[in-house]
Design a protein around this ligand. Structure first.
Ligand code: SAM
Length: 260
């Protein structure tokens, strides 16, 4: 997210609140994280590995199962880590930290994995600098993030209602590629997958975003409750996007592998 002002405490609090509901609605998150896992080179045999922004630990467990190694699950939201710790695996350590300031030694890690977390960092370049610092030469970082076009229908519908930013801002692909090119890695690869989900009605989408902890946290959103009239106008505007399968919500997911 290229948000000018993301309040990290608000991000941590929102995800902590969502820890007990996240897994029930995280189908897309499962899919795109699994696609990222599948992109890891077969020959990879990391000894020290981290799941950055591990959330409930689903991929921390998957990494542990794939590599048979202890995994460090790191997240900014303590509530998420409490939940993750309770699920195991035993071969994991959990740490509350910010991806933009990793409490890890230089050149200490072989693999950094991160699914749908780094779009919450106000400064992706800084997070990548940190990643490069803690990776061993030859080490690999695999992450995915959301780019412009994500939730474009919701943004478009709100634009028809008022002028506020109601939807998180996501970086244009060209900007992401420029950040990747400037991050000092030896080589990298980026590919975008589009996923379109369908909902019977708008409330199903907005409830899901809330259960994920991923509703709008950008500065500039209007405070208070959505008024009934505005909600009615939003619902009508979103209906303009309806397809046979229901109301569409598009996610543009960039899948990225970098080598130090
Ligand atoms: C959408 S969830 C994804 C969780 C998990 N990776 C998955 O795929 O199920 C995003 C996670 O990133 C975490 N996060 C957001 N900003 C972060 C930051 N600056 N440093 C570390 N974690 C962060 C959130 O607390 C949340 O748990």
């Amino acid at each position: 997210m290229s948000a000018v002002a993301i309040d990290k405490r608000a991000v941590a609090a929102s995800f902590s609140r969502a820890s007990s509901t996240y897994d029930q609605v995280a189908e897309l998150q499962r899919q795109v994280g699994s696609n990222l896992l599948a992109r890891l080179p077969e020959s990879l045999q990391p000894r020290a590995l981290v799941d950055l922004g591990c959330g409930t630990g689903f991929f921390t467990r998957a990494l542990n199962a794939r590599f048979g190694r202890a995994v460090l699950g790191l997240d900014i939201a303590e509530g998420m880590l409490r939940y993750a710790r309770a699920q195991g695996p035993e071969q994991a350590a959990w740490i509350t930290a910010d991806a933009e300031a990793l409490p890890l030694r230089d050149s200490s890690q072989d693999l950094l994995f991160s699914s749908l977390a780094l779009q919450w960092c106000p400064d992706l370049g800084r997070a990548l600098n940190e990643a490069r610092r803690v990776l061993r030469p030859g080490g690999c970082m695999a992450f995915n993030t959301l780019v412009e076009g994500t939730l474009g229908e919701l943004r478009g519908a709100w634009e028809q209602v008022d002028g506020y930013i109601h939807v998180n801002r996501f970086m244009p692909l060209a900007q992401l590629q420029a950040v990747l090119a400037g991050a000092g890695f030896a080589r990298w690869h980026c590919e975008v997958e589009a996923h379109v989900l369908h909902y019977p009605q708008l409330s199903a989408l907005t409830h899901e975003l809330k259960a994920l902890g991923a509703h709008n946290l950008n500065a500039g959103r209007p405070g208070g409750l959505t008024g009934r009239a505005r909600l009615k106008a939003l619902t009508a505007a979103y209906e303009g996007y309806r397809q046979d399968a229901g109301l569409p919500a598009t996610y543009q997911v960039a899948q990225i592998i970098l080598y130090k």
